[in-house]
Design a protein around this ligand. Structure first.
Ligand code: GCW
Length: 683
């Protein structure tokens, strides 16, 4: 029996009050008229869950019993039922849940448009049952809003994970693929339960050994992983090295327009599909942070991406081409370069030049996964290109799974952001789903936060971020609060105090983290390299292009058109003017867009310096408050989880205090301005 912390939100141990009345009678018999692999996964899940619910195994039959039952299948399986639903009624990979009567018995039908739809329907039903949703609300039609919902792993074959805070890789060890894939299967269940349909298993920084993942040496083992994911409707992707033709192919060039290079990649693709007939495609980091790319040959990103896309096209594969491209060799003395502008400058001119099976994968912000950034202006600029948004589930800059930081609130803001690309209401969510510009592909990508840690995510409460990534990708209209509530009920049960306490901790956590770290949207201020803990000038004179320009009078980056780098012009109106104008620029992003004196008054009425002091004192105090809240749950949540979380909260408090004192002291020394409340600042 696996521990609670391992089973995550699929433990099926916490039944709500309405279970007996509404659901119990369906949990003894399951009817399935066919049993292909993905339906089989759905049936396994139902059997597992119902056994937990009822204390005994349900029977799976291929015809109706003389009792109430569940029917699971695709539209074909349900053809003879009076369900009055046709293919056109169901969204792609969608499903219908519907109760009907048959010979005086109740049948609760979960009917997928295809096998995947049926699997998603089953997870929807199980989630709803465990959350205590009334059956009437569970019925109906649903489907994913985003065609692609993909996890990117930054796992290396050594087993190390770049920016991983939850142990080692579950796929790789000692430069091989692990032999026992049972944990991968449990992972596939977790992902499928929240609708994820793709996984890239290796790091976008593709090093020497990983370059060979696309060869016969590794493909048989890669295929074993793909086999596990396939049963859960998840496609496997690989990150590739753009220089592979040179590094492992023996060619003198990797020029994307060279015929021998094109042929090399075609052969590679053909070979991959022999092992993995439904291979998803490639993820590519090119010409970014020292990774090779088309620039070496005087070619652009579209030429690079299209060459790979052509190789995959005959097999139905796609290329995720990352837009995280910028000059990481900047001279800090040179004030003309603004890293925030880079993605737009590189990609906007190429809009319309990418083949239709290329997806440009854009980080949510223009910099790099800071706790507060504006939304990347590139989302409003690519009208003729498939795009996806990349979120970082792994908490590189947001507390490294030591500090609690529920990121769904932030992602929700990003998806709801209005680009005005086709007038009001042109949200990022509509851009990436493909609906705004009628693109075929698009969706959400999340950088994984899991490893072989006992609870998968290092911090047990960080499971909520993986859960939330999937749920939001499925339906961006869900609120961060709803998602948190679901996750807490599924994981911890229905005790009101438990639910209220943990939900409130999650919902407050992003603000708390923001308060004690870098202020007002400026970002960074972290220790270089590993990126944990405060170091206000850590990147101030570095080549990475991440500056705050604090001097004794003021702080912030002037990104206006009038007097600064001109970044604001990358947005459409009225967004561009909102950020350009210091009067309308929201406080939380003030220092991202403007350089202001410390005495500048915010909309809150506070000066910038006083805001810095206040938020840092409050943030550290609120971090302590998280621990106090958690302590009230002793004995009400699983002991092991209780202890693991407590240990993390203590680390967070230490970190918050360090941030508070370093940041406050730094700005006191820069300005000589006292805290008006006279609190302790180490001078
Ligand atoms: O956030 C930065 C990380 C790098 C990462 C890079 C990227 C995989 O510090 O570790 O490399 O972004 O997204 O490519």
């Amino acid at each position: 029996n696996k521990s609670n912390v391992y089973e995550c939100w699929l433990n099926y141990k916490h039944l709500p009050h309405n279970f007996d009345d509404e659901y119990k009678r369906f949990c003894s018999y399951i009817v399935a008229k066919s049993n292909p692999p993905i339906i089989n996964s759905a049936l396994e899940e139902l059997k597992f869950a119902f056994t937990r619910f009822m204390g005994r195994m349900p029977e799976v039959l291929d015809s109706y019993p003389d009792s109430d039952c569940i029917l699971v299948g695709t539209l074909d399986d349900a053809a003879d039922e009076a369900l009055r639903v046709s293919r056109g009624d169901l969204p792609e990979d969608g499903f219908m849940v519907h109760k009907f009567e048959r010979n005086g018995k109740n049948v609760l039908a979960v009917i997928g448009k295809n096998e995947k739809g049926a699997l998603y329907g089953v997870f929807h039903l199980l989630r709803s049952m465990c959350c205590g949703k009334p059956l009437a609300q569970v019925q109906g039609i649903d489907g994913p809003r985003n065609p692609l919902r993909v996890i990117n792993h930054w796992d290396n074959l050594s087993g190390d994970i770049e920016r991983g805070y939850a142990g080692k890789s579950i796929f790789f060890k000692d430069n091989r693929i692990v032999s026992d894939l049972s944990r991968v299967k449990d992972y596939a269940r977790l992902l499928a339960s929240v609708g994820v349909n793709g996984v890239a298993i290796n790091n976008v920084n593709v090093h020497q050994v990983e370059t060979r993942l696309i060869t016969d040496e590794f493909l048989p083992d890669v295929a074993r992983i793909a086999d596990v994911f396939r049963q859960y409707g998840i496609k496997l992707y690989l990150s590739i090295n753009f220089a592979a033709p040179v590094e492992i192919g023996g060619l003198p060039t990797a020029d994307p327009l060279d015929e021998s290079v094109k042929k090399w990649w075609r052969d590679v693709a053909d070979n991959i599909y022999k092992y993995i007939p439904d291979f998803g495609g490639f993820v590519v980091k090119a010409d970014s942070e020292f990774r090779p790319g088309p620039f070496t040959y005087g070619r652009n990103h579209a030429e690079g991406a299209n060459m790979l896309a052509e190789a995959l096209k005959p097999h139905g594969g796609v290329v995720f081409w990352r837009a995280f491209v910028y000059n990481c060799q900047v001279d800090w003395r040179d004030r003309s370069v603004d890293r925030a502008k880079a993605a737009y400058e590189n990609f906007k001119p190429l809009d319309g030049k990418f083949l239709d099976n290329v997806i440009v994968q854009i980080k949510n912000g223009p910099m790099d996964f800071q706790i507060r950034e504006p939304v990347s202006p590139l989302f409003g600029a690519m009208e003729k290109t498939n795009v996806a948004v990349e979120f970082q589930i792994t908490q590189e800059y947001t507390g490294q799974q030591k500090d609690l930081c529920y990121l769904v609130t932030m992602w929700k803001e990003v998806l709801d952001f209005d680009t005005y690309a086709k007038g009001q209401g042109s949200t990022v969510s509509k851009v990436v789903s493909g609906s705004l510009f009628r693109m075929e592909y698009g969706g959400v990508v999340g950088v994984s936060n899991i490893g072989d840690s006992k609870c998968w995510t290092g911090h047990p409460l960080a499971q909520a971020n993986l859960y939330g990534f999937g749920r939001l990708g499925w339906n961006p209209e869900l609120s961060a609060q709803e998602i948190a509530e679901e996750w807490v009920k599924l994981t911890f049960g229905h005790d009101k105090q438990v639910v209220d306490t943990i939900v409130s901790m999650l919902m407050a956590s992003r603000d708390i983290y923001e308060k004690y770290t870098a202020p007002l949207g400026i970002g960074w201020m972290v220790n270089p390299g590993h990126h944990y803990g405060p170091n206000v000038d850590g990147y101030e004179y570095s080549h990475w292009g991440t500056y705050h320009y604090a001097d004794w009078k003021g702080i912030g980056v002037d990104r206006t058109v009038a007097t600064g780098t001109g970044f604001t012009a990358q947005y459409r109106e009225p967004v561009a003017s909102m950020y350009e104008n210091i009067e309308t620029c929201p406080d939380e992003l003030l220092l991202f867009f403007h350089h202001v004196p410390y005495t500048h008054k915010l909309k809150s009425g506070k000066t910038v310096i006083q805001h810095i002091y206040d938020t840092h004192f409050e943030g550290a105090e609120e971090a302590e408050g998280l621990k106090e809240k958690w302590l009230t749950l002793k004995g009400k949540v699983d002991d092991e989880i209780f202890d693991m979380v407590l240990e993390r909260l203590e680390m967070q408090i230490k970190n918050a205090i360090e941030w508070r004192d370093v940041v406050n002291t730094y700005f006191y020394r820069k300005t000589g301005i006292d805290d008006i409340h006279g609190r302790k600042i180490y001078k």
